[in-house]
Design a protein around this ligand. Structure first.
Ligand SMILES: Cc1cc2nc3c(=O)[nH]c(=O)nc-3n(C[C@H](O)[C@H](O)[C@H](O)COP(=O)(O)O)c2cc1C
Length: 251
């Protein structure tokens, strides 16, 4: 097992996995460690769906835009915001649940993300590789149907997990000073932005990215190709409908 510091500082996303099985006992152990994460009021308003079955992975693949990790990883975990279980327990115990609102969704989503990230750290500390799939929030309607999620449950993120079959270069990060604000927020001047983003912009992979996409700047690769407004608006609509259908938008 790696030291915690190495686990955190040397980690990188892994998108290629070997055929080696992830043992059930190990997976359960990782999930148990993940579930020690902080959770709002100790309510544990999340659920984790484990997908190991190849047919189910193939069914999920298009909802993740056919990213190959879904079918190639031995384990796929879908982390869900879940007020279903807790609300049912309230009703069984003469208590009236008041969780059919957006705040409660957000609370449960925070819980789900905290448990997801803790499972990821536990997995990475054992030498496993992980990849988050943000596609879960884009196609939450399809994933909700496929995983038979009842009212009160919304998929928040997906993680693919397996033994690494690649050793990619570690991606860059912004310098810490770009992220940290002392006491109050200090807004960014043009000069600050130049300073903080120049390292990223000058990387060879960034330059290639700009060229491949026929763009002038790295920022344009994000705004015009990877995370476009039209997609964001469309998928926001899908997500708001899921939240409505799953009973989180009553107030
Ligand atoms: C919420 C979230 C969604 C992500 N979605 C995807 C995804 O759909 N496909 C993918 O290949 N990587 C995905 N990633 C991984 C990021 O691309 C990756 O973390 C980032 O490029 C930094 O690389 P690193 O994790 O190796 O440091 C996602 C990460 C997060 C946190």
């Amino acid at each position: 097992m790696k030291s915690l510091s190495d686990t955190l500082l040397k980690r990188k996303t892994i998108r290629k996995y070997s055929a080696k099985k992830v043992d059930d006992d190990l997976l359960n152990d990782l999930l148990a460690r993940g579930c020690r994460a902080s959770t709002t009021g100790n309510m544990q308003v999340y659920s984790i769906i484990i997908t190991r079955d190849d047919a189910k992975k193939r069914e999920l693949a298009p909802f993740h835009f056919n990213q190959k990790m879904i079918t190639e990883a031995p384990v796929v975990l879908t982390f869900c915001a879940d007020f279903n279980r807790f609300s049912k327990w309230c009703l069984e115990n003469k208590a009236e649940p008041g969780y059919d609102n957006f705040l409660s969704f957000f609370t449960a989503a925070i819980d789900a993300l905290l448990v997801a990230q803790t499972v990821c750290i536990a997995a990475e500390s054992e030498g496993l590789g992980i990849c988050y799939l943000g596609t879960t929030t884009y196609t939450a309607d399809k994933i909700t149907e496929s995983l038979k999620l009842p009212k009160g449950v919304v998929p928040v993120t997906t993680v693919t997990l397996g033994w690494p079959a690649e050793d990619p270069e570690q991606p860059d990060r912004l310098p810490l000073e770009a992220i940290i604000h002392k006491e109050v927020y200090h807004d960014y001047s043009e000069q600050d932005l130049k300073k903080y983003y120049s390292q990223k912009e000058e990387r060879e992979d960034s330059r290639n990215f700009i060229k491949e996409n026929n763009k002038e700047t790295l920022a344009q690769v994000f705004t015009d190709v990877r995370y476009r407004k039209s997609d964001n608006v469309h998928f926001s609509g899908v997500l708001i409908k899921v939240l409505t259908d799953q009973g989180f938008m009553n107030q």
